[in-house]
Design a protein around this ligand. Structure first.
Ligand code: PLP
Length: 408
């Protein structure tokens, strides 16, 4: 990286002048804490005591036997408090906000997972929280709205544009213009204007630091491949960063193939070659956009992967050929999910199952001397509505019907 916040041609900070003071202060304070071992120690202690880190690296013996090829390990981010990797970033930025003497955090959320992680951290650290969420998303993800409210956060519905994630980001930035003296903007993934991609990747790097140590202890050597799903890119960057200098380790990012490339209903920016470089939401990256540069509607069975942009760090690693990008379709994901549940007694989130599906497609080309690490970004019990639908479970449908009648 030569100019701060640029990764090759991507990244940067394309923000209105009115936000300069907020970003200047954040850049200054993030620079200080990223070199401060005391801060990192405090962060790790808090992760250990509150979130249950380090998360295990589980040997998937039955999946390994099933394929008879590479040895499969699973990095268990699902065992974090709140059930996913998002708490790593929320906690890191929450501690930074305290350092900066802020009393309030604001956040955007799409599927609601980042909103819940932020509400949890705000409650724990004694910060006020305001979460911006598109009206459309609030209706689709009511269970998460419920938890955010109960955890004490204020939810602000966003009623303009497409009433989804990108509008929630704009609303949060608008709040920040007038509130930054007391408020930190706790962004949820490794995208947006500098320093957010670097900062979120920094806090998520704990995943790869642990995974590398664990695999060296268990196997005495590095993995041949590491797989992770890619929405904005934070869990994938979290685990990949540790292995970037080891060129012999192949890094594979798996995007949401939705109903397949031909259907046009997917969120695959890189693997299908359909995303185009552009500048939006404060940074330059590959976006799914039409010929007029308007953002396309994206789709995935996994709400957390349903995003038009991708971390600028990945735009660069893609062009440099350091990370390979693949897509997994909804159908492939449902099939992989069923296999992981039956063979390992583990329920991955639909997002994380994309990483499994991508790995399972490639594994035929490996041998028993290869080692796979699959980053399981979160647990799947939150997805029971979508999974039951994907598996066409008729009994579940009847159960929902009975529940509904109780409330009538
Ligand atoms: C939000 C989410 C993702 C996608 O976000 P990234 O920033 O790409 O990691 C993946 N998995 C789970 C479980 C999530 O909640």
């Amino acid at each position: 990286m030569s100019i701060a916040g640029y990764y090759g041609n991507y990244g940067g900070s394309f923000i209105p002048e009115i936000l300069y003071p907020a970003f200047n202060e954040l850049n200054h304070d993030f620079d200080k804490i990223k070199k401060d071992p005391v801060f990192w120690h405090e962060y790790c202690e808090m992760l250990a005591g509150f979130s249950g880190r380090p998360t295990p690296l589980t040997y998937a013996n039955r999946l390994t036997d099933h394929f008879g090829k590479a040895k499969i390990y699973i990095k268990r981010e699902d065992l974090n408090h709140s059930g996913a990797h998002k708490i790593n970033n929320a906690l890191g930025q929450g501690l930074l906000a305290k350092r900066m003497n802020k009393t309030r955090v604001i956040a955007e959320t799409g599927a609601g997972q980042h909103g819940v992680a932020t509400a949890i951290v705000a409650a724990k650290l004694g910060l006020q929280a305001t979460i911006y969420m598109g009206r459309e998303d609030m209706e689709r993800q009511y269970a998460n709205v419920f938890w955010m409210k109960r955890l004490g956060a204020e939810i602000v519905p966003v009623d303009y544009g497409s009433c989804t994630l990108k509008d929630a980001i704009n609303a949060a930035l608008r709040d920040w213009v007038s509130s930054f003296e007391t408020t930190h903007y706790l962004l949820g993934t490794a995208s947006g204007a500098h320093p957010f991609p670097e900062m979120v990747a920094f806090f998520q790097s704990i995943i790869g630091i642990e995974a590398k140590e664990q695999i060296l202890r268990l196997e005495g050597r590095l993995p041949s491949h590491v797989y992770a799903c890619v929405g904005g890119g934070s869990n994938a960057l979290g685990i990949f960063q540790s292995f970037l200098p080891n060129r012999e380790v192949e890094l594979v990012g798996v995007e949401a193939g939705g109903k397949g490339q031909a259907s046009g209903q997917h969120a695959t920016r890189l693997a299908y070659g359909e995303g185009k470089p552009g500048i939006a939401q404060g940074y330059k990256t590959y976006f799914l956009q039409d010929n007029d540069g308007q953002m396309c509607d994206t789709y995935s069975i996994a709400a957390g992967l349903d995003y038009t942009g991708i971390s600028p760090i990945f735009a660069d690693l893609f062009e440099k050929g350091r990370v390979r990008f693949e897509a997994a379709t909804d159908d492939e994901v449902i099939e992989a999910l069923q296999l992981v549940m039956n063979q390992e007694g583990i329920i991955p989130a639909l997002e994380s199952t994309h990483a499994f599906a991508g790995a399972f497609k490639d594994i035929v080309n490996t041998s028993a001397s290869d080692i796979y690490i699959i980053n399981m970004s979160g647990r799947g019990d939150k997805d029971i509505f979508n999974i039951a639908e994907g598996l066409k479970d008729g009994e579940w449908k009847k159960f929902i019907g009975r529940k509904y009648k109780q409330y009538e």
